[in-house]
Design a protein around this ligand. Sequence first.
Ligand SMILES: [Zn+2]
Ligand SMILES: [Zn+2]
Length: 158
Amino acid sequence: MTRSGRLTFAAPLPRINMETWTGGCLCGAIRYEVTPTEPENLYCHCRMCQRWTGSVVATSTIVKKHEFKITKGEPTFFESSHYAERGFCTNCGSPLIFRAVEEDWLAIQTGTLDDPEVAPPVAHYGVEGRISWLTIVDALPHVRTEEDEWQQKHSGKQ
Ligand SMILES: [Zn+2]
Ligand SMILES: [Zn+2]
């Protein structure tokens, strides 16, 4: 189990980081900041994240809910399943936050950080949804959705 209570990866985690990161949506209506103690950025290849982001792979950085705060505007939340909701900007449509309803973590869409360089990915998640023409050349672990304990509790729908 990791600090997010989900998966354990053999790959080294990003450095322990007590910096405050900032980010926001494309139009600037929503801004946030986060001071993550143990951030975990995952590529997510699942079909739900593909539809949500409009991209063939999402990048989501998991942080603790108490480490995160909205500093401007208010995302609108869409309930994508009974145990997760996804926050986005109603003005520009940027996907911003995946929030596990009953857990202590949420995931920021890494591309919305002002400096995405701070959060290198540690694994490929949801690889059952990976698009065949997407070439992966890194050596990061691959995890199927059904291998995740959190997903097992909820039949694999995010
Ligand atoms: Zn916006
Ligand atoms: Zn996903």
